[in-house]
Design a protein around this ligand. Sequence first.
Ligand SMILES: Cc1cc2nc3c(=O)[nH]c(=O)nc-3n(C[C@H](O)[C@H](O)[C@H](O)COP(=O)(O)O)c2cc1C
Length: 178
Amino acid sequence: MKTLVIVTHPNIENSRINKAWMQALQNESTVTIHQLYNAYPDFKIDVAKEQELLMEHDRIVLQFPFYWYSSPSLLKEWFDVVLSYGWAYGEGGDKLRGKELGLAVSTFGPEQSYQHSGYNRYTMEELLKPFQATSNLIGTKFMTPYILNGVMHVNDEELARSTTDYVKFVTTQTVTVS
Ligand SMILES: Cc1cc2nc3c(=O)[nH]c(=O)nc-3n(C[C@H](O)[C@H](O)[C@H](O)COP(=O)(O)O)c2cc1C
């Protein structure tokens, strides 16, 4: 299985979590790492190139830090222009159908804050529904997301464990929710 990991972090040099996750994947022969902010600092996305890259892989993982209950803005732009009508959805838009789509998300808010009783008031499952809905529309199989909450309190040992789990998620997990 060939996996494309699209890393969208506007400041990866200063990242602790996403950088560690990404570095852990670097020796995986079946994984292609694609950093959106490095490729398109001007937000001018090469749609044909992105579509070609997607078609070459069986599993697509979108890795990003949670920003305002969603992804950093370049990933939203990527959705808007790459998942086009007649290609990803609509008449003849079946190019991603049958592939697997995964999310890997880090959050500042601790796990208990992403509960109905917590200060964020909604669960991660609820907040990530737009990604799942997109997956449904484009016909991909939505993997159970890989989430690391409360990053400020993740110590080095926990981060090492998380990177090991993340590599497993990217390279082997096959649990899908739809
Ligand atoms: C613009 C911005 C918006 C953010 N929004 C959220 C948010 O909605 N929820 C949350 O839990 N953390 C939020 N954060 C915190 C980031 O998710 C957190 O810093 C990141 O996951 C840490 O990963 P890194 O070490 O790879 O940078 C936000 C951070 C920034 C800079």
